[in-house]
Write a protein of this length. Structure first.
Length: 138
């Protein structure tokens, strides 16, 4: 009996440790206007369809952050960041973080547990846009 109890405890421990390790960290991708005020994701997606070579009022900022760690469209100003994502890194928007219980910190979204797969894009850059506080022009 002692042997089977040890196996069960070992399996439970291994399962618990594997669940702790199930997380993914994506680069934050935030839709902003020319004043770097956060906007709904659809505004950037729509402008990509209409203006495939840039020149849009809305664009993505990668790796940026808010001053107070709140991400409210139309209100939050995104600081720092880049107009292009890090090569080969998955990206996630604040709305994706909220929908999948992700946490946002230091320009990244961390997804925990079993939901740590399957969303975000890779390398969806917006060439030609300035980044940083107050930027966003072409």
């Amino acid at each position: 009996m002692k042997r089977s109890r040890t196996v069960v405890v070992s399996l439970l421990s291994a399962t618990a440790l594997s669940l702790i390790g199930c997380q993914r960290r994506d680069e934050l991708k935030t839709c902003v206007d020319r004043d770097n005020v956060m906007q709904d994701d659809d505004k950037c997606r729509d402008s990509q369809q209409r203006y495939p070579f840039g020149g849009s009022y809305y664009h993505w900022i990668y790796g940026g952050r808010s001053a107070d760690n709140h991400y409210d469209p139309g209100r939050t100003v995104i600081l720092d960041g880049s107009s292009t994502p890090d090569p080969g890194v998955k990206t996630a928007t604040p709305s994706e973080a909220a929908a999948h219980d992700g946490s946002i910190s230091d320009g990244h979204v961390t997804f925990h547990g079993f939901g740590a797969t399957g969303h975000g894009g890779e390398g969806e850059g917006e060439g030609g846009h300035a980044s940083g506080h107050g930027g966003g022009g072409e």
